[in-house]
Design a protein around this ligand. Structure first.
Ligand code: SF4
Ligand code: SF4
Length: 432
């Protein structure tokens, strides 16, 4: 019998699954069939659990950010390997439904945090109603009686201070619909947001952008929040995830003969290395591990959320669980940083924040560009960009002669050109 290597096997599985689908078997059954027969790499499980703030819950150090979950089988695969924290949202496509399908037997063993886009409102009263409605909606999607955590999405200090937000949260808590509340933030004001949460006992959970290049001030605030018993969840740990974009770096457009964007990071790297046949050190999967190990070397971080799009993503990310950050990891990260130095707009950076006379939210817009170009996530990019105030969009840059922002960026990013490009793409794009 012909033996297939992993790549050939997956290719064959893809072709065969199209045939089986018409036979009435569910996609999950098909996925599981093939996954169980893959020539397996070493299966990795969670090796370390940490206190999730003062909740009493022991959380896996690597968790699932479910924004691109497209299959309940991947959620089950992650849970079977010990992942027990899921961060989702009502606007992440079918994510809440897949989580509910996968976790119905394990509801009490897992922690589910969700959020909604409730920020289009005409009065604070309407906002309060939006929150209550969105909680009900998530309970229904997740087919559960309670949410472990409901979060203020892209929180800023202004949103955190709205009395009606607190009233809605208190009501939901009294009715037993939500156990904890929190915020998510990956913008330049992350320090202010953490600071604001320190005096707000209702906001227990902080999901924040945190990575190797985060400023020390952010770590200092994280320490203070941890001392207060807040849960600290790190996201955007991969410094722009330029791995996914490698073929574009040097204007190379190799044809891999497969749908490159839909592949796991590991597959992309392997294919790229095959193509390039050199310099594996810099583009190695080690980067994923080193970046995560650095974040986890901070004992105040309770868990990292990662996007599991494929079974291989779960295997790859979990390799960092319980691992120590060492000298070799630093070398890998420094190599990566050297490559992305003038490309990566640091999540949470505010160095150019006050330089723009028009108040263009540079860090946010370049994050949407990252979603689009590096993550290949058009929906998240367009949703984010269309949510900005109309007078703060990138068209302001057309007539800006001085481009003071570029002088303010210590890393030399071509901000003006990139913001114009992002505006031209995202303002015209429609997502159905
Ligand atoms: S180019 Fe001008 S308008 Fe655009 S972000 Fe920079 S300073 Fe602001
Ligand atoms: S453009 Fe430069 S200074 Fe501005 S937020 Fe990004 S990395 Fe920081």
């Amino acid at each position: 019998m012909k033996k297939f290597n992993r790549r050939e096997f997956l290719k064959k599985a893809k072709t065969m699954s199209a045939g089986i689908a018409v036979s009435g078997l569910s996609n999950d059954t098909i996925e599981n069939f093939f996954v169980n027969r893959l020539p397996q790499k070493k299966k990795v499980s969670i090796r370390s659990y940490r206190d999730l703030g003062n909740t009493g819950f022991k959380v896996s150090d690597i968790s699932c950010g479910a924004c691109r979950i497209n299959n309940a089988a991947i959620v089950r695969y992650a849970v079977d390997r010990g992942v027990n924290y899921f961060d989702t949202a009502s606007f992440y496509g079918q994510s809440e439904k897949f989580i509910s399908e996968a976790l119905k037997e394990k509801r009490k063993d897992v922690f589910i945090a969700t959020k909604s886009n409730i920020w289009k409102f005409k009065s604070p009263f309407e906002l309060k109603k939006n929150i209550m409605k969105s909680i009900e909606n998530s309970l229904k999607n997740l087919r559960t009686d309670y949410l472990d955590c409901y979060q203020i999405w892209i929180a800023n200090v202004e949103k955190m201070r709205i009395g009606e937000v607190h009233e809605a949260f208190e009501n939901a808590k009294k009715e037993g619909k939500v156990r904890y509340f929190g915020i998510t933030n990956h913008s330049a004001d992350v320090g202010d947001v953490i600071k604001q949460s320190l005096n707000d006992d209702l906001l227990n959970s902080l999901t924040i952008g945190y990575h190797y290049l985060s400023k020390k001030g952010v770590s200092d605030y994280v320490k203070k929040a941890a001392k207060k018993g807040k849960s600290i969840v790190a996201m955007k740990t991969l410094l722009g995830a330029y791995l996914a974009k490698i073929p574009n770096w040097e204007n190379e457009q190799p044809s891999f003969g497969e749908n490159f964007e839909s592949l796991s990071n590991r597959r992309k790297i392997l294919l790229y290395n095959e193509y390039k046949n050199s310099d594996k050190k810099k583009f190695n999967i080690d980067f994923l591990l080193s970046a995560q190990k650095w974040v986890l070397s901070n004992p105040d971080i309770n868990t990292i959320i990662q996007t599991f799009r494929t079974f291989e993503d779960v295997d790859d990310y979990l390799q960092a669980s319980g691992e120590k950050f060492g000298y070799r990891d630093k070398e890998v990260l420094d190599d990566y940083v050297a490559l992305v130095w003038d490309k990566y707009c640091r999540i949470g950076c505010d160095s150019c924040h006050s330089s723009c006379p028009g108040g263009v939210p540079i860090n946010d817009i370049l994050r949407f560009q990252m979603y689009f170009e590096n993550y290949g996530d058009k929906r998240m990019a367009v949703d984010g960009y269309s949510g900005l105030p109309p007078d703060k969009l990138g068209d302001k840059c057309y007539d800006c002669i001085d481009a003071l922002c570029q002088k303010a960026c210590p890393y030399g990013l071509a901000i003006k050109e990139r913001i114009i490009k992002t505006h031209e793409v995202l303002s015209k794009m429609e997502i159905t």
